[in-house]
Ligand binder design. Structure first.
Ligand code: HAM
Length: 418
């Protein structure tokens, strides 16, 4: 038997209802706040991700599904959505009409990470991206939206961790201080961090190696290196969150695994998922539109891990199964085509029908109606046809009534809704 690829999964009925509800809630929240849906390709040129996420990141270095297409062009299954949204914003010159744009999108991403609970090779994200707004209030609003969405979906343990990575100026001063610090703790660093300490010292801050983590507790804090504008920006984000009564933790080592961030960065973390504690992550990426060839436009956004959210949402405990409103049993050659027509019309009228198309006995069909927990059963045999009325059985009360064949669909619906 051919099996799934490792790290990939099927989302089956029973589980998909939870996903549908999450998506419905997210769509409605984002649309209330002026976000428009955007759907972008899953396959993009490799260069798009290399230039935006950064050549030295884990994602680009070792996790992307990259291959030459049949003409030899290097293409990649998107590992995230932000780069594509920026590409699209530039390609369609969206800034020309109005630089302020708010998008949301929902879809699959691909990263070849080591699979474990909460970490898959194909996973899904709910993304929100805002272009053309410099104000720190929009950063606060994004964090607010992410937290509120978690509340709406009954996630009891979700806490924003925030930091500021400053602008390129603050970062270059910080990088010097951090490199000097890393040199003082080289014996505690893993090989990757030793390499990073020269090329991209910020990456050492979010290394998962326990010895590196221990060493990083004493690392300098980027927030001590912020220029006055970046400091003010961060202060406003924090005070806006306080006003909105969103508790947060300041995490000086939160640098995120993608290189495009500037100023505000954040993650929503949970203790419910073991090692994979981030259910959402995001931040500002003011330089990215320009880096990818567009106008100089500020931007900020976040992505929620939909698989992780689906694993911890309280709505998992709700019963979303949709049972048939009516189970149709036709006994006899003449009654079957007519019953089939009713079946189609019930569905169109918003009544959930299920027609038994087997030749089994009435008893075994009634058994199946019970198993499916149908609310009503409609029984029609050739005798009933001749008499001009069929049997409608209420499965809760066990009461049966006769319904005239003429205008049967309308009559049954009236009875069901009575
Ligand atoms: P990210 O932190 O790489 O950010 O991913 C966002 C979220 O996607 C994570 O917090 C996590 O919940 C989920 N996620 C990531 N990798 C996996 C995986 N292998 N399996 C399951 N879930 C996963 C970004 O992707 C940025 N594009 C977010 C952003 C939008 N920043 C600005 N705008």
């Amino acid at each position: 038997m051919i099996q799934l690829i490792r790290g990939f999964k099927d989302i089956l009925p029973g589980e998909i209802e939870i996903w549908q509800n999450i998506e419905k809630t997210a769509r409605s929240l984002f649309e209330n706040f002026g976000f428009k849906e955007i759907r972008l390709p899953i396959l993009e040129r490799t260069e798009l991700f290399a230039r935006s996420i950064g050549e030295d990141t884990d994602i680009v270095e070792k996790e992307m599904y990259t291959f030459p297409d049949r003409k030899g062009d290097l293409v990649t299954l998107r590992p995230e959505a932000t780069a594509s949204v920026v590409r699209s914003y530039i390609q369609h010159k969206m800034y020309a009409k109005d630089p302020v744009r708010k998008f949301y999108s929902i879809g699959p991403m691909f990263r070849r990470e080591r699979p474990q609970k909460g970490r898959y090779r194909q996973f899904y994200q709910i993304n929100a991206e805002v272009f053309g707004i410099n104000s720190p209030f929009i950063d606060a609003q994004l964090i607010f939206l992410a937290v509120k969405l978690f509340h709406m979906l009954e996630v009891t343990d979700a806490q924003p961790h925030i930091n500021s990575l400053g602008c390129s100026q603050c970062r270059s001063n910080f990088k010097k201080a951090l490199s000097a610090f890393l040199l003082s703790v080289t014996e505690k660093l893993c090989d990757a961090c030793l390499k990073r300490s020269k090329k991209n010292p910020l990456r050492a801050l979010d290394c998962k190696n326990s010895s590196c983590r221990e060493a990083m507790v004493n690392a300098p804090a980027i927030t001590d290196y912020l220029c006055p504008e970046c400091r003010q920006h961060f202060e406003t984000v924090k005070s806006a969150l306080e006003k909105l009564e969103i508790p947060f933790v300041i995490d000086k080592n939160l640098v995120r695994g993608l290189d495009y961030y500037t100023r505000t960065t954040f993650e929503i973390q949970t203790g419910l998922l073991g090692a994979q504690n981030a259910v959402a992550g995001g931040g500002r990426y003011d330089g990215l539109v320009k880096t990818l060839g567009g106008q100089d436009q500020p931007a900020t956004g976040f992505a929620i891990g939909l698989d992780r959210l689906a694993e911890i949402t309280g709505i998992r405990n709700k019963d979303f199964t949709k049972k048939p409103d009516i189970y149709i049993v036709a006994l006899g050659e003449k009654s079957e085509p007519l019953a089939f027509e009713w079946n189609c019309n019930f569905g169109l009228e918003g009544i959930r029908p299920e027609m038994d198309l087997s030749n089994r006995s009435l008893k075994s069909r009634m058994k199946r109606a019970n198993k499916l927990e149908a609310a009503y059963v409609l029984i029609v045999g050739d005798n009933e046809l001749e008499e001009g009325a069929v049997i409608l059985r209420n499965m809760t009360t066990q009461k049966q009534i006769l319904i005239p064949i003429e205008s049967l669909v309308e009559r049954v619906i009236a009875e069901i809704k009575a």
